[in-house]
Design a protein around this ligand. Structure first.
Ligand SMILES: Nc1ncnc2c1ncn2[C@@H]1O[C@H](COP(=O)(O)OP(=O)(O)O)[C@@H](O)[C@H]1O
Ligand SMILES: [Mg+2]
Length: 241
């Protein structure tokens, strides 16, 4: 069976000449979690933006084995939902409800239907009681959940999240973990939080300088690249033993 999503030889060069992606392959099965690890500047965010159709460049993206035509990047944007690293980049309407219904109304849903789908999505992320609040009054964790609701309301088949645990406190991280574990969508997630990744479980890619340096289970990749804060501190002599 063809993978749900397959990307072949993705490249991306920014206007200043920076080669952020230098030929990256990705495959994703239904319901699978794929983590993208790698140092700052290795191309993680560029890869996500390329996979959701917000950046365009050389390489092919296939959904269910069918190439997405470069002439119809809208196909990708309809089927792939992305939650940006900074929720402030995502939330811009005066109230949470207006924010979550915004995309639905743009798709041509009636107001009643948009509100129904938005309520459903807000309930999924445990944020229905925030519906009349102004997004800029929300805590970091609440903003993240509302941004996720705005994406889930559109019912994407693939969910992309860029460093979703950044700036969340431990209860906020556990809440996000619980929500993500309960979602059916296949997910592509960048993170430095290997505990979060191991708790959710799945496969991982390790990016370096815009190339895939390793691929395997989360556990294998963390071990192969010593990609954990604890052991690094221990090597620096800061552990008690
Ligand atoms: N808008 C931009 N213009 C020029 N270079 C950029 C831009 N955004 C990112 N880059 C560069 O592209 C490379 C990959 O960046 P990014 O995808 O953000 O990496 P990561 O998310 O892994 O930190 C880095 O060298 C970064 O400096
Ligand atoms: Mg990034």
């Amino acid at each position: 069976m063809a993978p749900l999503m397959q990307a072949l030889g993705l490249r991306y060069q920014y206007a200043d000449g920076t080669e952020a992606l230098r030929g990256v392959d990705v495959h994703l099965s239904p319901r699978e979690n794929l983590f993208i690890f790698g140092p700052n500047g290795s191309g993680k965010t560029s890869l996500l933006l390329r996979l959701c159709g917000l950046l365009e460049g050389p390489g092919d993206i296939l959904l269910d084995g069918t190439p997405v035509s470069p002439k119809a990047p809208g196909t990708l944007r309809r089927r792939v939902g992305v939650v940006f690293q900074d929720a402030d980049d995502q939330l811009f309407m005066p109230t949470v409800m207006e924010d979550v219904t915004y995309g639905l109304l743009n798709l041509g849903k009636t107001t009643d239907e948009a509100i129904r789908l938005a309520e459903q999505a807000l309930r999924l992320v445990n944020a229905l009681e925030l519906r009349e609040k102004a997004p800029y009054h929300l805590s970091g964790g609440e903003k993240r959940r509302v941004a996720l609701a705005g994406v889930l309301a559109m019912k994407p088949e693939i969910l992309i999240l860029d460093e979703p645990t950044t700036s969340l406190d431990p209860p906020g991280q556990r809440e996000l973990l619980r929500i993500l574990a309960g979602l059916d969508q296949a997910k592509i997630i960048t993170t430095h939080d290997t505990h979060f990744a191991q708790a959710l479980g799945g496969r991982a890619l390790f990016l370096e300088h815009g190339l895939v340096a390793g691929e395997g289970t989360v556990r294998d990749i963390v071990r192969q690249f010593s990609w954990e804060v604890g052991p690094a501190f221990a090597r620096d002599g800061q552990s008690d033993n």
